[in-house]
Design a protein around this ligand. Structure first.
Ligand SMILES: CCCCC/C=C\C/C=C\C/C=C\C/C=C\CCCC(=O)SCCNC(=O)CCNC(=O)[C@H](O)C(C)(C)COP(=O)(O)OP(=O)(O)OC[C@H]1O[C@@H](n2cnc3c(N)ncnc32)[C@H](O)[C@@H]1OP(=O)(O)O
Length: 205
């Protein structure tokens, strides 16, 4: 079976075109997920939606091979938090600040709801993990979350602009600690501390 890696790479211009198309596709897919949370349950059109989506999936599945174990497009465009090409990502767009911290602005809608009108706590933890790890990620290789402590100070509302911030706290060899917060209306709603570890080089394991 040919894997995605075996296929010839598209020319760079085509690659950019595909990347832009994937980004647009992800936007539309997020829109569908959102609309399915708020659709009128009596809408007769709802009965056809699954068939239309099925037809689209059939088209995408064939003749393109399904990626199983291979990672098609590692990196920020594809990850589940800031990946603009990944429809399950909100997406959260990270910005590096001159003081070394990482910030992001985000607003969550209904697909991220936990308690009525508030963001699901697991989503907040995912965001903290990601943004803290971005604040620690060394330029010379990957980093793994070893511990993450999340404190929920107040419920995080849906449909409100939120600010996420994270910073490196301390580094000791391969271990890096980071802290961060999700802020709403100038108040801390969620705070987190994480330990991130650069794994030992393979030869040393
Ligand atoms: C625009 C702004 C952007 C800025 C950023 C720019 C670029 C960034 C680019 C790319 C970033 C890419 C990706 C980031 C994206 C997402 C990240 C999400 C994070 C995750 O989604 S990640 C998945 C979940 N995560 C795991 O899947 C970890 C499973 N696990 C392991 O892979 C190992 O477990 C590991 C590697 C953690 C350690 O393994 P190891 O073999 O290296 O560790 P070892 O035994 O040598 O210990 C060394 C010292 O760490 C201490 N230690 C070890 N483990 C500990 C623990 N858990 N708690 C407390 N202390 C611990 C020991 O006690 C010892 O301490 P001491 O030296 O003091 O004795």
């Amino acid at each position: 079976m040919t894997t995605v890696e075996d296929r010839p790479l598209p020319a760079p211009e085509a690659e950019l075109e595909y990347a832009a198309a994937l980004e647009r596709d992800a936007v539309q897919l997020r829109r569908i997920v959102d609309l399915l949370q708020r659709v009128d349950v009596d809408d007769p059109l709802l009965l056809d939606v699954a068939e239309e989506l099925d037809a689209l999936s059939e088209h995408l599945e064939n003749p393109v091979e399904t990626v199983t174990e291979t990672i098609r497009n590692p990196g920020w465009r594809h990850d589940p938090v800031s990946g603009v090409e990944n429809a399950i990502a909100p997406p959260i767009i990270l910005e590096s600040q001159p003081d070394g911290s990482v910030t992001a602005g985000v607003e969550f809608g209904l697909p991220y709801q936990g308690p009525n009108s508030f963001v699901h706590g697991g989503i907040s933890a995912m965001v903290m993990d990601h943004v803290l790890s971005a604040a620690t990620t060394p330029k010379d290789g990957p980093i793994f979350t070893a511990q993450l402590t999340v404190r929920y100070h107040r419920p995080l509302p849906l449909f409100v602009p939120l600010t996420v911030v994270a910073r490196l706290k301390e580094r000791e060899g391969r271990k890096i600690w980071a802290t961060g917060e999700i802020v709403v209306d100038g108040k801390i709603a969620v705070s987190a501390e994480g330990l991130f570890i650069q794994p030992r080089p393979k030869a040393a394991r």
